[in-house]
Every structure is written in C-alpha cells, then in structure tokens.
Design a protein around this ligand. Structure first.
Ligand code: T4K
Length: 412
C-alpha cells in the first residue's frame, strides 16, 4: 500500500512502511555457488593470503579492465591510500576536499601530513580547481581528488595545476570503479588511483581495495610496502606495512567482478525509477549521472532545497527513518568538522562555503540489488507525500518538539 494521507506517515503515528530496515550500502552478493567453489579451492590448496593465485587473478583482471599496467590489491582502500601517499613521497600539506569519507583525510593525518581542506564546485560536488590553486603553499606536495559518487574530478584542470606547481596527484576513486571520464576508465588519471571494494561498495571483496597506476617505479614501491618491504626471504629493503588482501577476499572480489554488468544494470534501473518517480517533486533533485559516460550508479543522491520543500534535509531523514528507510547524510558534517580536524583548524569552514551548504542538503537513499522496484515506489510515495503536505508535516513535528531536535542518528 502506498502512503497517501498525512496520518499514514510513521512520524505522524502510522505503521512503518517497511517491517525490516532498508539500508544504504546493503552488499551485492554475486554467484554464491561460484564463490563457494573458489573458497573450497583456497581451503584445498591451503594458500590463504600473501599474493595468492586469486589475488593475482583479481589484479590482472582489474588492470586489463581499466587499461593500466599495474593493479596492486590491498586489504582495504584506506591502507591502499596510506601506502600510495607514502610511496608518492607526499609530505607537509596535501590538498583534499572536506566533502568526502573521513578516510581520505585520515590517510594523510595518520602519517603526520596536513590535509588542507578545499572547497567543492557545487555542480559536481568535487574539488574546485580554482580553490585548489588558492590553497597551495610552499609546503604543498600534492593533492588528492575524490571522484565523489563515481563522477570524475576535473582531471584536466587538476593535472594542469599540478604540472605547473610541481605537485603529485592521487585520486581517491573509492566510488568510481567501473566509471569512465572523457571515455577513459577512471583509474587512468593522476599518478595513481585507489579503489575500494568494501562490503558497501557495489563491487565488494568483503573488505578490499586496490591502487592502479602506469608508473613502474611507483608500483614496485607500493608492492614492497604492502608486504613489510620484503624483497626476498629474510631480506627487507624498504619500510613497509601489511596491506595484503586475503584469498577469500580476492575470491569474493572475483565473484563480484563476474556479476559487475548485472549490478550496474540493477543500479541503473533503480536510478531511472527514482528519477521518474521524483521528477515532479519540488525541491528534491536527483543528482544526475552523465549519460555520455559509463557510471556504476551506486549512490542515489538527492539534493534537498529547503526553500522549496519547506522541510529541511534532516526532517526527511527523520521521516524516512521512522518508516525504516535508513537514508544517510553522506558526508555530513564534512571532514573539517570532525576530530581531530575540528580542533586543529576550527576556522576551516570559513574557506568552505559550498561544502558547508552542501552537507546540509544531501540525502542518500537505498539502492543496489537488495532494493526492489516496489520498495522504490513506496519510498518515493513517502517523499512525495511529505513534500505535498510539508506545512502540516512540519507543524506536527514542531508540535512534537522534533523539528528543533537534532535527529537521533544512532548507528542502526
Ligand atoms: N574514500 C571514500 C570516498 C570512501 O567512501 C571510502 C569508504 C573510503 C575512501 C575508504 O574505503 P575502505 O577503507 O572502507 O575500503 C561506509 C563504508 O564502511 C565505507 O567503506 C564507505 N566509504 C562509506 C561511504 O560507507 P559507514 O560508516 O556509512 O558504514 P556503515 O557501517 O554505517 O555501513 C553502511 C550501511 O551498510 C549500514 O547501515 C548497513 C549496511 N551494511 C554494511 C555492512 C558493512 C550491510 O548491510 N552489510 C554489511 O556488511 O561507511
């Protein structure tokens, strides 16, 4: 049943639309039989980790798919980024967006490199090259662009700035596996790019990540660093850590890769359905993907314009959570307002007006293979009802003292 009357909204006392919670980032599971077959092979061979055959196969398949010389698989994207940062000899200050998952900043700060937060271009949600230029100081050694939601950074402008100012460029492509930019696979830009294969990513390896690059020397260093710097048995030639991917993770990665086209087709179908069903809702704008590029459509991002909806983004979150739709506020409140950065740079927000505006507007909705077309119809009906009855909804929430309160967004 679609909700049509104010009283049917759970926040107004109706029954929740969904008996079970619908999450953003519910994992896609590929061919279970094939995965179990691979896991049996691992167990039979007793080769569980340390650059095993499945890890090597995953690296080859990803390098071929992206069209790069090197793919180095890792235990997760955060460690992959830490290692890439170190192998690129980044020091001092590195320019990053604040509108990103905290790992982008932490990968720098973890090794005493200062993340310098830079504002975004509101149309793309990605680094604004003009702001990047303004943030460069004599201590700047590089920049990390994040292809947020799988939509590419302005790689030409960033490459031009980097070449002129002598900076290295790393891309956090955690969201952008399987996407293209100017017709080229993401993974081929900058000095290196990093993918995430975390459970919540549309292509997952339970946990996992990879660095891709065409730079032979960089790849050699990264391979050493991911395995403690070992060059031979009993011989260490470099400082390193443990970034290795397990064979079970690689088996899951390969199994996800087998179903990649199907996952993208489902995400795209979901995206088209949301787009159609939200098309005429004033103040809710679905973030567009460029039809001229390949996209993975893994993030369903809605921008809320409170001036039109009357309801602030956080009220939509409350309305949806009451219905058991666990919509997310990625990436609220911005890295610069999280610790330790909030204490280190309390005034960083003054230079981040577009980021600060955007973190109050973005609403991420569930998609992926765990979401059925009927779920989307019901979610969109709730959103349409909330907007069409916005004044009454707002009044009800205020009567209940909810509107003033911060949403109690405890982890679900
Ligand atoms: N750079 C960027 C731009 C990133 O977005 C990320 C990760 C990274 C770097 C670092 O990559 P990794 O080191 O993780 O490879 C989640 C993910 O944990 C994180 O990987 C991801 N970005 C981020 C966007 O989303 P949270 O804090 O929202 O996770 P959590 O635990 O709330 O999970 C989201 C929802 O997914 C849960 O509410 C339920 C569902 N879920 C999750 C897991 C793990 C499941 O249904 N099953 C599961 O197994 O960060």
């Amino acid at each position: 049943m679609l909700k049509q009357r104010l009283d049917e909204l759970a926040i107004c006392g109706g029954a929740p639309a969904f008996a079970e919670k619908l999450h953003v980032g519910r994992p896609n599971i590929g061919d279970r039989a094939r995965l179990l077959e691979r896991i049996n092979t691992i167990l039979d061979s007793r080769w569980l980790s340390n650059m095993g055959p499945f890890e090597q196969e995953l690296e080859r398949r990803i390098a071929d798919m992206i069209g790069v010389k090197h793919c180095i698989a890792m235990c997760n994207a955060t460690v992959a980024m830490e290692i890439a940062i170190r192998a690129l000899d980044l020091t001092g200050e590195v320019i990053v967006p604040s509108l990103t998952f905290i790992a982008t900043a932490h990968a720098l700060q973890w090794q005493q490199i200062t993340p310098v937060f830079c504002d975004i271009a509101p149309a793309t949600h990605n680094l604004d090259p003009a702001c990047v230029e303004r943030m460069i100081t004599p201590r700047t050694t590089g920049l990390i662009g994040v292809h947020l939601w799988g939509r590419a950074c302005d790689t030409d402008a960033l490459a031009e700035i980097a070449a002129r100012r002598g900076l290295r460029v790393l891309y956090d492509a955690a969201h952008a596996f399987g996407c293209t930019h100017n017709g080229q696979m993401i993974g081929r830009f900058g000095d290196a790019e990093v993918f995430s294969f975390h459970a919540t990513k549309f292509m997952n390896a339970f946990e996992g990540g990879a660095v891709v690059t065409d730079d032979d020397e960089l790849a050699r260093k990264i391979r050493l660093m991911k395995n403690f710097g070992f060059t031979h048995y009993d011989q260490v030639d470099y400082i390193g850590t443990n970034g290795k991917m397990t064979e079970v993770a690689a088996a899951m990665g390969l199994t996800s890769l087998d179903s990649l086209a199907e996952f993208i087709a489902v995400n795209r179908r979901n995206y088209e359905q949301y787009r159609a069903e939200l098309a005429n809702v004033p103040g809710l704008t679905l973030m567009p993907y460029d039809d001229g590029e390949q996209s993975n459509y893994q993030y369903l991002v809605v921008e809320v314009d409170e001036a039109e909806t009357v309801l602030a983004r956080d009220l939509f979150v409350q309305i949806l959570w009451a219905e058991n739709v666990i919509a997310r506020r990625y990436f609220y409140p911005g890295c610069h307002r999280m610790e330790p950065y909030r204490s280190y740079y309390p005034h960083a927000g003054l230079l981040l007006p577009e980021t600060e505006r955007m973190v109050e507007r973005l609403l991420v909705l569930p998609t992926g293979t765990a979401i059925a077309p009927d779920d989307i119809t019901r979610i969109c009906a709730i959103l349409r009802l909330a907007v069409s009855e916005s004044a009454a909804v707002r009044a009800r929430l205020q009567d209940g003292g909810v509107a003033q309160a911060q949403p109690a967004l405890a982890r679900q």
